[in-house]
Write a protein that binds this ligand. Structure first.
Ligand SMILES: [Zn+2]
Length: 164
């Protein structure tokens, strides 16, 4: 996996005016992701993942993967963390850190990329692992030409609304 390095600030090219993510916040976020993995519910895969999301308010929310005996219902750590943040009233995601119990860092799955994009179109994505290896990028690089709210034009939404 290629190691990508990007500026340590977010929002430079974003219309969302995200606050920058400083080194101390970044460390805090990564630590939160590591700790969240300890609380993951992964009795089937034993692949305990932790995620921490930094919202634009500065608050951090965490999640671990939540597996189910019906395997298809497994929930990724990233989406668990985002659900916690959104449930607390947060809407703008600045950065997400993902810890996987692997020797090399792991990128978020396709479903999580889409969900990260819903709240953080230009989010900083940090992947960390058991070694010192890390991978850092921005969501548009992981999900180019993405589908999003922009594709649901007002006219189209109107068309699917029931009449009367
Ligand atoms: Zn995922």
């Amino acid at each position: 996996m290629a190691k990508l390095h990007h500026p340590h600030t977010v929002g430079m090219t974003s219309k969302m005016k995200l606050h920058p993510v400083g080194a101390a916040t970044r460390r805090k976020l990564e630590k939160a992701a590591r700790n969240a993995a300890k609380r993951a519910y992964a009795p089937y895969s034993r692949f305990r993942v932790g995620a921490a999301v930094l919202m634009n308010s500065g608050r951090i929310f965490t999640g671990g993967n939540v597996e189910n005996a019906s395997y298809g219902l497994c929930l990724c750590a990233e989406r668990a963390a985002i659900a916690a943040a959104v449930s607390a009233g947060e809407r703008l995601l600045r950065a997400v850190a993902i810890f996987t119990p692997t020797p090399v860092p792991t990128s978020p799955c396709g479903a999580c990329r889409q969900v990260i994009g819903e709240f953080g179109r230009d989010a900083l994505v940090i992947s960390i692992c058991e070694s010192k290896g890390r991978f850092e990028t921005r969501l548009p690089e992981l999900l180019p030409e993405s589908f999003g709210a922009k594709n649901l034009a007002r006219r189209q939404r109107k068309a699917v609304r029931p009449r009367g």
